[in-house]
Design a protein around this ligand. Sequence first.
Ligand code: NAP
Length: 254
Amino acid sequence: MAIIDKALAGKVALVTGGSRGIGRAICVALGKRGAKVIVNYASREDAARECAAEVEAVGGQAAIVGFDVANATAVNDAIKQIGKDHGALDILVNNAGVAINGMLMRFSDDQWKKVLDTNLNGAFHCLRAAASLLLKAKSAGRIVNITSVVGESGNGGQIAYAASKAGLIGLTMTTAKELAGRGVTCNAVSPGFIETDMTAAHLPEAARAKLMEQIPLARIGRSEDVADAVAFLAGPEASYITGQVLRVNGGMLM
Ligand SMILES: NC(=O)c1ccc[n+]([C@@H]2O[C@H](COP(=O)([O-])OP(=O)(O)OC[C@H]3O[C@@H](n4cnc5c(N)ncnc54)[C@H](OP(=O)(O)O)[C@@H]3O)[C@@H](O)[C@H]2O)c1
């Protein structure tokens, strides 16, 4: 069994979209390392509660908080309350995301708005609301944004999703430059194809076989693969890494 130290003991972490999939694995990975994890969800309070129980089972502390990252007022209120309830915010993981697939010429304004509001504006809302707490964090705040391989390469049929994820990379680098003076780091993790609710629903067998041909490590990624990279960037070994995009994609894009 891998030995994991408690490098994040005493830290308070907020993970948006922590109730399911990659976000949930991130909550557990941070909890395993001793963090107090605040699990955000949009509608699945049941799943957030299950995640919190999982975090506690691995030795972390957990709380849940429901808010829609697309709603700036709700984000401001929730993050202010986190500061009051927990006294600090050391780690922010912008993971909440939605995928609505569709080609350029058939994509509606509403679809575009939903994807950009959640994936890009949502991260901006959380960063802006959390920045003052992260700047006050005792041993330098940490931010990790979850982008995607398609934000780096583009992907036919994912016009809004790819644009939102490319935008997150610009947001990451600029935040890194603006907050570096106080030691706060901001990085992105860029997953390839990871098996979660978001992807499983969209993938027929033939497409899965085709996809495997593009992954040199010849397997679909696990949420834990992404979570370990996030925990590294949130931990003490990554204090000199900022403004970077760490790819966790099995070699799909090099
Ligand atoms: N899966 C992949 O292959 C893959 C690859 C690259 C990047 N990513 C990125 O990784 C992140 C997680 O993806 P996933 O596959 O784990 O997705 P998922 O299984 O569909 O889970 C999405 C999570 O985001 C939350 N969420 C959605 N809209 C939200 C909103 N407006 N406000 C707050 N929370 C919201 C959901 O909350 P509820 O439970 O309440 O619905 C859920 O916890 C996303 O940013 C995604 O783009 C995924």
